[in-house]
Design a protein around this ligand. Structure first.
Ligand code: ARG
Length: 457
């Protein structure tokens, strides 16, 4: 029953058959394979390579198979190696020898390249929608919590006060660029390889423009060898997916920290946490931990394919069948991670008191004192040193800057006035930083509005 029975007179070794087969995973390409075959059959008839009647039989058969695939009734056979041969073989079983005309002017090499591109185009659009939803959740949360102030960190040490919304918007901006990266990647996925044949094209007078139009490709590949030998568009997608997971992983890390007893900045809803089998008191942030963990396998899939491709001579080599499992795994992992993270975030509460408490404790207003001195014409470096001494003094006396009397301020510089108390007020510290993209309330509100508008366009 093999397609190559003409050349081979002995049965394939069983172990080899299993080893060689990709049907165990490329069954996922079934609907794209059928979509591609329907377009190909239409083109063959249009170019008078097959008759209109043959075309109609082929398309009717393919549509029946599609329905069976969609109803989980299609039986994938390992002896038929991959999705392309499973479908073609079954088509011929259904409609007779005319099914064998479908593969005219086509090779599995351009067929598989087509299927992966169709799959990826579809998936990129789905992933982009999930990224938009995620941004929506972030913008919503930012708006709801606009008055929430927290310490901003560098080196995980309290640095300067910010709005919690400002922190959320930082991730929204990262995701926005991820969306754009996918747009960019899409352009290079959106190229039709079909018509390249096994490697050297075909002598049949085919119409590639017609196929491109039928399948919604905006470009056609311009070198048959390149088209069947290349998986750089998969690598580019895997790299973009890795960047997105890197962002989700950093965010996860913060959510894990923030939900710890040490921080207590947030409470993730119980429905999104798990307990411990031994410690009755535990509530664990498994979801962000898993997203952080799964980032590793997504990176792994990128490195795997880069490594698989690095020594391959042109054009197709069977090594390239190894492009699919990692790709499918990355797509599934990325989609579920985006979905689960945005649902969890929408069900997370901020702990206002703990955030304020942390903001008041860490001398996060020290830079503002230095800036105050600068405005009194003291060079910044000197101001920095004076405030350093102030902080040292406070640490010794176990005081906050706001606890100091005007007399104590005076010991460090004679320019300090009554108005210093306004300057070190945490809320003022944040709202005075109204630089474009800064944490001041007006500015954060402006950005939320702007980004919501862009998102809904
Ligand atoms: N299953 C193969 C793959 O995924 C399809 C292409 C096979 N082509 C070939 N010449 N053996 O790469």
């Amino acid at each position: 029953m093999k397609m190559w029975d003409g050349r081979f007179k002995v049965a394939t070794d069983k172990l080899l058959e299993e080893f060689n087969a990709s049907i165990g995973f490329d069954y996922k390409l079934a609907k794209y394979d059928i979509q591609g075959s329907i377009a190909h059959a239409k083109m063959l008839a249009k170019c008078n390579i097959i008759t209109k009647q043959d075309k109609e039989k082929i398309i009717a058969g393919l549509k029946e198979i599609l329905a069976e695939v969609e109803n989980d009734e299609f039986e994938f056979k390992v002896e038929l190696e991959d999705i392309h041969m499973n479908i073609e073989h079954y088509l011929t079983e259904k409609i007779g020898p005319v099914g064998g005309k479908l593969h005219t002017a086509r090779s599995r090499n351009d067929q598989v390249a087509l299927d992966v591109r169709l799959y990826l185009k579809d998936q990129i659009e789905q992933i982009q929608n999930l990224i938009k939803q995620f941004q929506d959740v972030l913008l919503d949360l930012a708006k709801k919590n606009i008055d929430l102030i927290m310490p901003g960190y560098t080196h995980l040490q309290r640095a300067q006060p910010i709005r919690a919304s400002h922190h959320l918007l930082a991730y929204q901006q990262k995701l926005k660029r991820d969306y754009q990266r996918l747009d960019d990647c899409y352009q290079r996925v959106d190229i039709l390889p079909l018509g390249s044949g096994a490697l050297a094209g075909t002598k049949f007078d085919i119409d590639r423009d017609f196929v491109a139009q039928e399948l919604g490709f905006s470009q056609i590949s311009q070198n048959t060898l390149d088209a069947v030998s290349e998986r750089d568009f998969v690598i580019e997608f895997l790299s973009t997916a890795s960047t997105i997971m890197m962002h989700l992983s950093r965010f996860s890390e913060e959510l894990i920290l923030w939900s710890s007893s040490e921080f207590q900045f947030i409470a993730i809803a119980d429905a999104f946490c798990t307990g411990s089998s031994i410690m009755p008191q535990k509530k664990n942030p498994d979801i962000p931990e898993l997203v952080r963990g799964k980032t590793g396998r997504v990176y792994g899939n990128l490195i795997q394919l880069l490594t698989t491709m690095k020594g391959l001579p042109l054009a197709y080599n069977k090594d390239m069948q190894e492009d699919k499992e990692g790709l499918f795994d990355t797509v599934d992992t990325l989609k579920v991670s985006l979905e689960v993270m945005s649902r969890m975030l929408a069900n997370t509460k901020f702990n206002r008191d703990k955030m304020i408490e942390a903001t008041e404790k860490g001398f996060v207003n020290a830079t503002d004192v230095a800036d105050y001195l600068v405005e009194e014409d003291i060079p910044f470096r000197q101001a920095h040193e004076i405030v350093g001494e102030l902080v040292f003094y406070c640490l010794e006396k176990d005081k906050k800057l706001s606890d100091l009397s005007l007399e104590e301020w005076g010991q460090f510089s004679e320019v300090f006035n009554e108005d210093i108390y306004q300057v070190i007020d945490i809320k003022n510290c944040v709202d005075n930083r109204n630089v474009v993209g800064g944490p001041a309330k007006d500015e954060v509100l402006r950005v939320i509005k702007r980004e919501q508008k862009l998102l809904n366009n």
